[in-house]
Design a protein. Structure first.
Length: 392
C-alpha cells in the first residue's frame, strides 16, 4: 500500500494541467460511483490527477491507482479498496478500469460493501457502462471527457478565460459574444492550427503530433475495440483497412457492399465494425432524421479534423474539414442528422444549418442558419463558424 501512496504523491505533485477542463465543474463529486469515459489521448489520467491535486493535494484520504499495475493480476481491487478504507481512505481514483477482467462486478462489490467510499474511474469510450453492465445500472453516474474545444485551445494560447456558451446563446447573441472575444484576440489566427493539431492535449508534448495521433488511433483499435469487444487479433487488419477506406473516401454514404468486398467479410460485419469505430470516437455516423443503427448511415465523417490531417493529408478538402469541425463540436450536447437539399445538417431535429466556406451565393434563406468560415463577425442568421467552437 505504501508504494501506491508514494506513486500517488509523485504523480499529483508533478501534474501540470495547463487548461482546467470544464467537466471538472459539471460533475457532482458527491456521487459514490462516477465513471469518466473518453477516447484514448484526451487526458483522462491527467483529469483524475488534476481533481486529486485540486481537492486533496497529497492527503492520503484520496488515492490514484492504475489497473495496468501487475499487482492487480493477483488481487481484486475490491479487497484493495477495503484496505484503503481501513487506512482512512475516502476517495479511490481508478484509472483504466477495463484492464481488469471482472471490473463491473468488482465495482458493484465496492459499492455494496463500502458505503462511505467514493470511487471515480476512467474507461474507454467503447464501454457501455449501463447497457452492457446491468450490475452498474442505477448506481453509476457516467460522464464523457472530450478533446479540447477551440475555446480551450484559444484560452491556452492567449492566456484568456473565455467562457463556454450554449447554442441558444450563440444563435441569439452572436454579435455581442463575438465582439467580446474579438476585443481581446483574433480567433481566425488560431483556427487553422486547431483544426490541424488542437483536439488532443498531447499537442503540448515535444513529439511529432501526427505520428503520435496515428499511434493513438491504432491503439484505439488494438486495445479499445479488440480487447473490450473481444474480437480476435486476426481481424485487426480488416478494421484498420476499413477505417482507412472510410477516411480516404471522404464524407458520404458508405458503400457497404464494396467495403465488405475490399476487406473480405460480410455486410453485417462491416456494419458492426463501423459501429465499433464510432464507439471508439474514430468516426461519426450521421443518419437521416428518424433513422438509426443498424440502418446504413446517410453519411460517415471522421470524428475530428485532426484525424483527417493525420491519416491522409493530401486529400483533405476544406469543406469536409469545416463540416467535421461543426459536427464534432455540436456532438457533445446535440443530436445531429443529415439535412435535405440546401441544408447541411439538422440539429436537434429542427434547426437547419448550412456550413459554408465563404459567403453563400444567391439569396439568403431566412429559415436556415449559416455557419460561415473566413469571417470574424456575423449578423442575422449568418454566424462565424469558429464561434461554434465555444459550445464547451
Amino acid at each position: 500500500m505504501e508504494a501506491f501512496y508514494r506513486t500517488h504523491a509523485y504523480l499529483v505533485e508533478h501534474t501540470n494541467a495547463p487548461v482546467r477542463r470544464a467537466l471538472m465543474d459539471e460533475i457532482d463529486w458527491n456521487d459514490r460511483l462516477i465513471g469518466i469515459k473518453g477516447t484514448r489521448g484526451v487526458g483522462k489520467t491527467t483529469f483524475l490527477l488534476q481533481y486529486a491535486k485540486e481537492h486533496f493535494g497529497t492527503d492520503r484520504s484520496c488515492l490514484y491507482i492504475n489497473l495496468n499495475n501487475f499487482y492487480f493480476q493477483q488481487r481484486g481491487f475490491a479487497d484493495f479498496a477495503g484496505e484503503f478504507l481501513k487506512r482512512g481512505g475516502k476517495v479511490l481514483l481508478i484509472d483504466q478500469v477495463f484492464k481488469y477482467d471482472d471490473w463491473s462486478h468488482e465495482l458493484r462489490t465496492c459499492y455494496d460493501k463500502y458505503p462511505s467510499l467514493h470511487i471515480v474511474f476512467t474507461g474507454s469510450s467503447v464501454m457501455r457502462l449501463k447497457e452492457e453492465n446491468p450490475e452498474l445500472n442505477g448506481i453509476v453516474k457516467s460522464y464523457n471527457l472530450r478533446g479540447f474545444s477551440f475555446r480551450e485551445y484559444l484560452n491556452l494560447y492567449t492566456n484568456n478565460e473565455f467562457p463556454a456558451y450554449s447554442l441558444d446563446d450563440i444563435i441569439s447573441n452572436q454579435e455581442k459574444i463575438a465582439k467580446s472575444i474579438l476585443s481581446k484576440v483574433r480567433p481566425l489566427d488560431y483556427f487553422q492550427s486547431y483544426l490541424h493539431h488542437g483536439f488532443y492535449p498531447f499537442f503540448l508534448e515535444k513529439r511529432n503530433y501526427s505520428e503520435n495521433l496515428l499511434k493513438t488511433m491504432s491503439m484505439m483499435i488494438e486495445v479499445d475495440i479488440l480487447l473490450i469487444k473481444q474480437i480476435e487479433l486476426k481481424y485487426l487488419s480488416k478494421i484498420k483497412k476499413l477505417l482507412y477506406m472510410l477516411a480516404v473516401n471522404g464524407p458520404g454514404a458508405p458503400n457497404i457492399s464494396l467495403l465488405a468486398k475490399e476487406i473480405q467479410t460480410s455486410r453485417a460485419t462491416v456494419m458492426n465494425y463501423i459501429k465499433y469505430l464510432a464507439d471508439a470516437r474514430l468516426i461519426n455516423m450521421i443518419y437521416e432524421k428518424g433513422d438509426d443503427f443498424p440502418k446504413k448511415p446517410a453519411k460517415i465523417v471522421m470524428h475530428n479534423t485532426n484525424q483527417m490531417y493525420a491519416i491522409y493529408p493530401i486529400k483533405v478538402e476544406e469543406q469536409n474539414v469545416l463540416e467535421t469541425f461543426f459536427l464534432n463540436t455540436m456532438w457533445k450536447d446535440h443530436k445531429m442528422n443529415k439535412g435535405k437539399k440546401g441544408i447541411s445538417y439538422l440539429v436537434d431535429g429542427e434547426l437547419p444549418f448550412r456550413i459554408c466556406s465563404t459567403k453563400p451565393k444567391g439569396k439568403i434563406n431566412p429559415d436556415i442558419i449559416y455557419a460561415q468560415h473566413h469571417m470574424e463577425l456575423g449578423h442575422g442568421n449568418i454566424i462565424p463558424l469558429w464561434l461554434f467552437g465555444f459550445l464547451y
